[in-house]
Design a protein around this ligand. Structure first.
Ligand code: TYC
Length: 104
């Protein structure tokens, strides 16, 4: 049987650099459209992305004015789940709101 932690150095107690790096992070980006209400976008930012009402309003206005904006930065699985949640909530409310993820 091999050593349980092949790259663990028992002399120094350290791991190789590649083992201690943080997982890749992804930006979750909200896209503007002409139909989703501003109030709904603020609700999404507060409930899905845990923003305060003030932060949510500023991000929503930035997306409205600039076409897209970053809602947060998360590990891949968390980012994927947030994109899916936004799309599910938007579809069930009848809005075309779009969200995507971008590698950092
Ligand atoms: N542009 C929308 C409106 O005027 C508001 C909006 C903001 C929609 C941000 C989507 O991601 C968005 N009602």
């Amino acid at each position: 049987m091999g050593k349980p932690f092949a790259d663990h150095d028992s002399q120094t107690g350290l791991y190789d650099e590649h083992e201690v790096r943080e997982p890749r992070k992804f930006k979750v980006v909200l896209l503007n459209d002409d139909y989703t209400t501003m109030d709904f976008v603020v609700e999404i930012l507060m409930h899905v992305f845990k923003k305060t009402e003030t932060e949510a309003t500023l991000i929503m206005l930035a997306v409205h004015n600039e076409g897209k904006g970053v809602c947060g930065v998360y590990p891949a699985e968390v980012a994927e789940t947030k994109v899916d949640t936004v799309h599910r909530l938007a579809r069930s409310a009848g809005f075309p709101l779009k969200c995507s993820m971008e590698g950092e």
